[in-house]
Design a protein around this ligand. Structure first.
Ligand code: NI
Ligand code: MN
Length: 228
């Protein structure tokens, strides 16, 4: 079986490796349109959270309780999840990496906030740099543009997930600059069109990426997949 990455709407990405299901930012039941997969049936061995905002923590507690998945995030968020009744967590922090059964994960910086849904302190927001099955993936989380994306790109990114929605994160213009700094082989835009406030034309953004960079831009519909 090949490794696949499936966009489940907003910032939620499901990665299926040969042996594991990794769910990133599982905000599913809160999406205005029915999500491509129900949070009541989705499989997960690991749940990775970029930051504490409700549109990223989403259905984490329920999915983790049902599946027994290990939730990986920053120390503040995993501590909060433990208090919510999540039994398996793995705390990390920015700059740190760890070899998990699925591969190596490093938390990178993100320029954003991270307050948890009940107002608790959620530490600093993160991006995710994943090395698995011979591929390097970068999920930027919610972030503004920052110059050190060039450093993150030195890892040689095969597939990047970047927010383009504007208002809360990078908009299309800055996300294009991000592609120029990260130099990923392929990029998938996320965190747009969930609400009117972050409505964007992903196809014209992808066209600009194709014209102005060497990166292949892939626009997915929610539920659409990329093979790694
Ligand atoms: Ni956020
Ligand atoms: Mn968000």
């Amino acid at each position: 079986m090949t490794t696949t990455a499936t966009w489940l709407g907003h910032a939620c990405v499901l990665i299926r490796t040969r042996q594991h299901s990794l769910l990133i930012d599982p905000f599913l039941s809160g999406q205005p349109l029915p999500p491509p997969v129900s949070p009541d049936t989705i499989a997960a061995d690991f749940i990775l959270l970029t930051h504490g905002h409700a549109d990223h923590v989403g259905d984490t507690v329920n999915i983790a309780r049902r599946t027994g998945a290990t939730v990986i995030s920053n120390y503040e968020i995993t501590t909060w999840l433990t208090n919510q009744g999540v039994s398996r967590v793995h705390p990390m922090h920015i700059g740190g990496s760890y070899r998990f059964p699925f591969g190596r994960l490093k938390l990178t910086q993100a320029v954003h906030g991270s307050g948890l849904p009940d107002g608790s302190y959620g530490g600093n927001p993160c991006g995710l740099l994943l090395a698995l099955d011979g591929c390097t993936l970068y999920h930027a989380g919610d972030t503004g543009l920052f110059g050190d994306m060039a450093l993150i790109g030195e890892a040689g990114i095969d597939l990047a997930f970047l927010p383009i929605g504007d208002n809360f994160t990078m908009g299309p213009e800055d996300a294009l600059r991000a592609v120029q700094l990260l130099k990923p082989r392929r990029v998938v835009p996320i965190h747009y069109n969930t609400w009117e406030l972050i409505r964007q034309d992903a196809d014209s953004w992808a066209e600009r990426v194709r014209q102005e960079t060497a990166t292949q831009a892939i626009v997915l519909a929610p539920g659409g997949s990329v093979e790694l």
